[in-house]
Design a protein around this ligand. Structure first.
Ligand code: MF3
Ligand code: CO
Ligand code: CO
Length: 257
């Protein structure tokens, strides 16, 4: 675990995070109708980049540690960091996680969802529904005084009894004017363990839930993380702020709470 101190954002900074979060949510919403059989993951990327620029924002992934594209598109057995590609064409029954992070006025809105391409198989549908519920349950733990371990515990307690596994190699993270910072938010863990949450902390929760093993393999491109057994993986992500009373989801469309 990183031992860096966890920053507490000012109200001014939280306002900027809200603007970035709204734009991130609206970008995902904008891309959703494009998710159809026959579309390439590069077409999704290029529309995301165009739309982001048209809204005066920048795509955080582009050039981040050498990442070559503007969004991540993770299909089926890809856990995360799938690189958009002209030759990768979505087909009926696929699942695809689209992960976007626009930067607005220096602050990052980081969110992702897993979408169905056409009609999903029953097992894909179950995995995606369980993963979205994992994110909801993780978020429900967030309030002042709670511990970071409570979040992962809630996710693990829900996913594992249903026969699914929780990815260990990638975690949620602090996010503000820096893309990835302290604290780390594991999606597994023990209640009562880890640092206490305080108002003004901002971080993501982004559970990756697998149909089979939790073990990861990174492909030769240095980015694409796949399940070792090549079974399905799903993910949902929100950026959250700890408030005086509980939690605020920053990556919802304007007007939704
Ligand atoms: N958005 C991803 C996250 O949730 C990070 C992507 S980094 C990239 O943390 F370089 F792969 F884009
Ligand atoms: Co993300
Ligand atoms: Co993230």
């Amino acid at each position: 675990m990183k031992s860096e101190t966890i920053v507490i954002l000012s109200n001014r900074e939280l306002d900027k995070m809200r603007k970035a979060g709204h734009l991130a949510a609206e970008l995902l919403h904008h891309l959703e109708p494009m998710v159809k059989p026959g579309v390439s993951t590069l077409a999704l990327n290029d529309e995301a980049e165009r739309w982001t620029q048209a809204h005066g924002a920048k795509s955080a992934p582009l050039g981040y540690k050498g990442y070559p594209k503007s969004i991540c598109t993770s299909v089926n057995e890809v856990i995360c960091h799938g690189i958009p590609n002209a030759k990768q064409i979505l087909k009926e029954g696929d699942i695809i996680n689209i992960d976007v992070t626009p930067i607005v006025d220096g602050y990052h809105g980081d969110t992702s969802k897993t979408f169905f391409v056409g009609t999903p198989s029953p097992k894909a549908k179950k995995l995606v529904e369980v993963t979205e519920e994992c994110l909801r349950r993780g978020i429900a733990e967030v309030k002042p005084g709670a511990r970071i371990g409570d979040i992962g515990a809630a996710i693990q307690e829900y996913a594992e009894p249903q026969g699914f596994s929780v990815v260990r190699d990638f975690v949620g993270h602090g996010v503000s004017n820096v893309f990835h910072t302290a604290p780390e938010i594991p999606h597994y863990g023990t209640r009562g363990k880890g640092k206490r949450l305080r108002p003004g902390m901002v971080f993501t929760i982004e559970p990756m839930i697998n149909e089979g093993t939790w073990e990861v393999e990174v492909l030769g491109d240095g980015w694409t993380a796949v399940t070792r057994d090549r079974k399905l993986s799903a993910q949902f992500e929100h950026t959250l702020a700890v408030t005086e009373n509980g939690v605020e989801i920053l990556t919802l469309p304007e007007g939704e709470t």
